[in-house]
Design a protein around this ligand. Sequence first.
Ligand SMILES: Cc1cc2nc3c(=O)[nH]c(=O)nc-3n(C[C@H](O)[C@H](O)[C@H](O)COP(=O)(O)OP(=O)(O)OC[C@H]3O[C@@H](n4cnc5c(N)ncnc54)[C@H](O)[C@@H]3O)c2cc1C
Length: 480
Amino acid sequence: MIENTPLTELPVAVIGAGPVGLAAAAHLIAREIEPLVFEAGPAAAAAVSAWGHIGLFSPWKYNIDEAARDLLEPTGWVEPEADQLPTGAELVANYLAPLAATEPLRETIHTRTRVIAVSRVEKDRTRTPGRSDTPFLVRTRNENGAIDDRRVRAVIDTSGTWETPNPLGQAGLPAAGEPAAREAGLVSSPLPDVLGRDRAQFAGRHTLVIGAGHSAANTLLALGELRGAEPNTRISWAIRSADPAGVYGGGDQDGLPARGALGTRLRNLVEKGDIAVHTQVTITELAYADPAPASATATGEVAVTGSTPDGAVSLSVDRVVPATGFRPNLDFLREIRLDLDPIVEAPTGLGPLIDPEHHSCGTVAPHGARLLSHPEKDFYIAGMKSYGRAPTFLMATGYEQVRSIVAAIAGDQDAADKVELVLPETGVCSADIGSSCDAPSVVTVTADSSGCCEAAPAQPVSIGIPTGLEHGRSARQEAQ
Ligand SMILES: Cc1cc2nc3c(=O)[nH]c(=O)nc-3n(C[C@H](O)[C@H](O)[C@H](O)COP(=O)(O)OP(=O)(O)OC[C@H]3O[C@@H](n4cnc5c(N)ncnc54)[C@H](O)[C@@H]3O)c2cc1C
């Protein structure tokens, strides 16, 4: 890239080729702006592939971006059935991988390339004069460790939160020994494929699941099924609340049959004694015998210590599954002027709309470039990462975010301000699966720059997922 290329002729960097990053690239192509997509994983949608065995709650009709569809249709792509619920793996195989392979996108995606810093050329964050007319500098590192600096006109950070799960200890901090236990492979990914890829780590072993969201429930049910086939498999479950009933939901009375069934199955496993529940636990230490096990499938004994109102509890287990939610990685944005909500670490205007302490349910008002902007002109955080620590993000929200952002980057402020979103309103997007929200419906929400909104109910649908809770925390429990 020539150093004095005019700003508007430079590409736009997209960080992360997940569903929202790919949608951003598709919208850029639709506006004839060159995207430069950096993906840390070996292929597009690396994060979704990691939880590919999990079933989505949103049917296909909410999972496909409009600009992405325009790229796919001429390729002979067959659009999946609108009302079917895909797994993560099907989302990749039937939509994201074909999208990444389309001719206009293929050349723009740089896999195995991690963004390690974003700044402005020759301007650290303290330098103001001429800042907004200065290209961004995006520093990347590839799999061989080679560092590259790229100049771009704008940056859309859609790097998600999958790589940065919340720590297991109290106060948002790692417990003593937790980093070493993670390093040794004794703490699994947040959603291990217990019955498939990762089976050997869990079969005939003792696993401790920590947390109380949907992720915990999914893993516990899979472990229960594994125990049916491999009776030596032992399952413990630690939560911070006093009673796991909140996670079971309403059973047969539940407005969402799938959620009710999930909760009922979990309750049965606990009542049968297949799962040993430890309540009101705050994890204080993870200790393991040195040297660490040589491989992820080796048996490793971890002594997990927690405090409870009745004194300390200690469990000796082989694997710990952290189902404690996620947080955004802001480290590589140190030189960028951000404006983030001090509570959820979402853009300031968005934070109060999604704070799980206050908004466990219902539709988030549609939002686009204006709400997602930062003091750093032409820099945006979108997708899962834009929700910071809030767990209720939906792909459909992200698609509308990047449509609006790309319009703003292109200078089409009218289109950027006219945000319109068909979003399912649901009880499942609450802070835990046991909350008692209204039965879901679909609402079409529109807003213009004046901020006025309206909503119109449509047919019922089950959708939405809280991907994890910080050690079982929920708005309802905190309030008790
Ligand atoms: C188990 C689970 C189930 C879900 N179910 C639903 C559902 O049913 N419906 C729904 O609408 N939403 C669902 N979500 C929420 C959300 O829509 C998804 O997480 C979705 O994948 C978010 O898309 P994204 O593009 O923002 O981020 P991601 O899919 O996380 O993609 C981010 C990408 O960025 C890459 N990356 C990270 N850091 C860097 C870096 N520094 N440099 C370069 N690349 C980087 C990652 O490898 C990844 O490929 C679910 C989430 C989870 C975890």
